[in-house]
Design a protein around this ligand. Sequence first.
Ligand SMILES: [Zn+2]
Length: 530
Amino acid sequence: MLRKSLLLACLFFYLFAASLSAQLPPVKNPLAPAQNPRSAGCSTTDASSCAQAAAKLLPIVMGPSPMEENLRRLTDEIGGRVTGSPEMAKAVEWAVAAFRAANVDVHTEKYTLPTTWGEGDTKLLVSDPSELSSPPKTDAGIRLVSLRAVSTGWGPPLTRENAVQIVDVGYGGADDFERAGPIKDKILLVHSEVGSTWADLFNEYLRPPDIIRRAVEGGARAILWMGARERLLPYRHTNSLTGAIDKIPQAVVAREDAMRLARSVAAYPNKVLVMLQMPNKIGGPVEQQNVVGEIRGYEKPDEVVILGAHLDSWELGTGALDNGCNAALVVETARAIKATGLLPRRTIRFVLFSGEEQGAIGSYEYVKAHRAELNKVRAVIVFDSGIGRVTGYSLGGRRDTEAGVREVLKPLESWGANNHTHDASFGTDNLDFLLEGVPTLVANQEEANYLPNYHAASDTLDKVDMRELKLHTVLAALTAWGIADRTEPVGKRLTRAEIEAQMKETGLDQQLKALGYWDAWQSGTRGRKP
Ligand SMILES: [Zn+2]
């Protein structure tokens, strides 16, 4: 990835966009149909259609648009929208209305979410540190004080609990558990580092499964995770990535509270008691929906390019960076392409998935429902990393699709967003398409302010840089348009053997094993069938 100062990058974008706008003929009425809606292709042999599309898209997106107001409604008015909640249903209505207002055909597609989940009144009480040096003679006399903690998402409830001993298991490695001794009926404290990179974030998901397994095997009652965000910031982590209720109750403890607790435990081993109550509300199954906007292709309407983002979010904040801004981007991309009056050769679908935060459930269900047509899904483009500058796309382990993607983005070459990577990873809605051999593109973005606000109470609209979001919308629109309009597909659908080879090359197989997805791949329930 290119690394530049964000400030410089923004300035550069601004100057470039301004100068490019200045060179463009004025767009009198962007909603009026173009004289010739059929374009001439978007490839090395004929690059004119991408350049033409870019020139039309830029003023439509960068000028006055409904995007900011759309995003304000989604975040400030609907707010956090956990899949299965009433807010999620409102978000689906928001999306349908926004596509309609953009004059784009839209429908919803239903699937069943097996389990709903909501946090109750979580309480974490620990021995008063002022009493630890001379504890009362009886348990009944022990005073407890409150710490700030939230349940992990889709964690099981824990009610009517007594105070029990806490055991510090360090970073939760096999050695750490060995040193900690018996953990039966105890509550565990696991340490963490503050995350500042994408790699740190992946580790927040890859590290817990082994720790949870050890905790369950040892008969521990619950796990307390030290928060990985500073300044007592509550955030919702989940270690259940299949939509099922997790194996053991877990809470994330505000970082500074957890560090103080760890120091008490170190000073008074086997003396500190904790009482954890998490009356989480479990329900379901319920019907949920993905929202699908569509602009039909004029030549190959049954061939499809998908631009997607997840519409759901966690609910401590309002899901602005994750992923409201990119849900608004998808709607705005549809509006802008429609407003150019140009028609693409292939169909473009704009899909807002739900259930992403529970393990990409909505996109998995979409893939299952559309399995018969996956041979004709030419690419899936996903935006899910907040507002940091786009440097290019992660191509899901593929090299064959790079040349086509580069051609498509050529008109915006100087934006620095045409540098693609060949890695593949879990973590957003492209996964099940990738496992089916469909070419996938996930926007590679700089971290910017994503990680300090990740799934946190602070993920609110004020974190979204609207100018940057508009620039990303132009990129998304040109990418979707260009791949849909190329004479040749950007890449073929891989066979199962090719997908497996690509997973080994990128290490995606190891990630899937760590996260518990591998059996589903091997048995053929998830991914291209054997
Ligand atoms: Zn997300």
